[in-house]
Design a protein around this ligand. Structure first.
Ligand SMILES: [Mg+2]
Length: 171
């Protein structure tokens, strides 16, 4: 049960992830969520800090992909600015887009890490597909009704199975 929901890594935000350690573990691909992981839901475009982080990671040899449940127009706006491919309307944790990505990049899941702010979507989706899962704290509390509902379930799950302790980060 907890195996599906336990993040491999837990970091405060995407800037605090130990990317060199991911390199050492032979991770080649990073799959990023958008909402509340790389941007506040109200932000229409990625910030300059995110743009420069993505550039740095690409220079370090990582391949970056966006996998999001958000709508095409939002996903594509981010993808264009960040110079990456985006898979939108993914309905994470459902398999459809994970399978599309795995087919497209032809890399085994143990060389992939996925980064997101939600256990029920991002972490479960990654774990289900044997992808290294990285949880980050949400950027803000400005969330949709559905996400709020997911948060409620998420918090119950975290407390019941002691999945993580908020603020106690690990690599
Ligand atoms: Mg999110």
């Amino acid at each position: 049960m907890t195996k599906l929901y336990k993040p491999t890594i837990y970091a405060k935000n995407i800037f605090e992830i130990n990317y060199s350690k991911l390199k050492e573990k032979n991770i080649k691909y990073l799959l990023f969520d958008i909402d509340n992981t790389i941007a506040d839901n109200r932000e229409k475009y990625p910030s300059s800090e995110i743009i420069s982080l993505f550039k740095t990671l690409q220079k370090q040899g990582f391949k970056l992909v966006i996998i999001t449940n958000s709508l095409p127009h939002r996903a594509l706006r981010f993808a264009k600015k960040l110079n990456v491919k985006a898979y939108y309307l993914s309905f994470k944790p459902l398999s459809y887009n994970y399978h599309r990505i795995l087919r497209k990049i032809k890399v085994s899941p143990n060389k992939i890490a996925a980064i997101g702010d939600q256990i029920l979507t991002d972490i479960k989706g990654a774990n289900k597909h044997n992808i290294t899962s990285i949880l980050v704290d949400k950027i803000s509390s400005n969330e949709s009704f559905i996400t709020k509902l997911n948060r409620y379930k998420e918090n119950r799950l975290i407390n019941k199975y002691h999945i993580i302790k908020r603020g106690e980060y690990y690599e």
